[in-house]
Design a protein around this ligand. Sequence first.
Ligand code: NAD
Ligand code: LMR
Length: 436
Amino acid sequence: MKEELLAIALKDPLASLDDAKAKAFFDKYGSIEAIEGKLRLPNHVTSVRHVWRDHELSNEEVAALKDIVGVLQKTHAQLLSAHPTLAGILSRNESHFREATADINEPIRVAVTGASGNIGYALLYRLASGDAFGPRTPVILQLLELPGALNALQGVEMELRDCAFPTLRDVIVTDKPEVAFAGVDYALLVGAQPRSKGMERADLLMKNAEIFTVQGKALNAHAKGKDTRVIVVGNPANTNALIAQRNAPKIPPANFGAMTRLDHTRGLAQLSEKLQLTSTTEIKNFCIWGNHSATQFPDISHSLVFKNGQWKSLREELNDEAWNQNTFIPDVQQRGAAIIKARGASSAASAASALIDNVREWHSGTTEWTSCGVHSNGEYGVEKGLFFSYPLIFNNQKWNVVPNLHMNAFAQERIDATHKELREERDAVAKFLPKD
Ligand code: NAD
Ligand code: LMR
């Protein structure tokens, strides 16, 4: 029986991998035949699942299949570490391996504010379909909107239900923060007051400070508690995160984040294009420091690029410091503004995608550097308590700042500038900040 199931499960292991990038990978690293014997893709773990679901297997047979999955996992991990391009192609499916041997998890409650807005519309379907928490973890979406947008949100709810996602357990639609935040594991604070014509940045800061004070207090009173994670997207994201966190003392400060994940992917995309790479995963050790604003510092000082089978200094391969300083850094800093100018609205699909990446990484961990604005413990000379974007590694739903990085004078100057802006923003909203 075991052999028979194995044969079914592993049949035609590459059939579903028709991605052009995957083909490029095989062209680069060897023939399909050469790799076929060793490579077992996550899709086949999914088919293993189907096999055992459809065959009503005994406990012994399920155990045998779990063994097989374990072996596949090991091979998979070895291949991923040896071949970063393959890692890129498969990284989004990585959770299938874990999920294949997992029982159905408890549902995760996820609050999303501003749920009928542009980002909300691109975000909710991916949350509901398992992109953030995996195919074995049901989600209950608890959606908050302003009263005037509730009608539209009810339409979004209908559409969500119409998708019949196996992972969507329930949808709650409300204009009351205490309902939206009740018992939540994750709160994704997307809704914010947009900047209107003639509104100064300082006015925007104040208007949003009021919103994030109310939401922080509601999270404190109604969210699950010390295990709740809160990621702020609504701008100014770092300072809004600070306000929400200070108004929610029951939730550990380290559980709050301000999204700079989109700046991170913007940087990777531009570097990848400049260096003509096959995939953005051929870059590692890239990060965003500081504020999600035009003072942020996209930093390539420590970055590596995968060239001719080896990780090499990206800066040396680029060999164009003028491009880094005069084109790359300003382009990443100004990318949000460029999209607003082109679209007449701020980035939405890319912001939602970055938020899915951010949540998935926080929930399931990372092996490579990522970026998020987090509650500083003073790392790299930043004032304790500010929400500062750092290079991070997530593990067990906790983050660690990558330690001991050397800063040259240029990098230090950039970090000082974004640090200064965050101190000024904090001082401007001081009246909304109860003591830490
Ligand atoms: P949007 O205007 O399309 O939607 C925002 C929604 O929030 C609206 O439906 C509005 O009714 C709702 N809202 C406003 N105040 C609310 C409140 N107090 N409670 C609940 N809902 C409320 O905007 P969007 O394009 O979805 O962007 C949302 C925010 O994300 C903006 O602040 C934008 O600047 C920011 N943003 C951040 C990043 C990032 O990388 N951090 C990227 C893109 C956009
Ligand atoms: C972005 O980075 O795309 C947004 O934060 C821009 C904005 O001001 O909404």
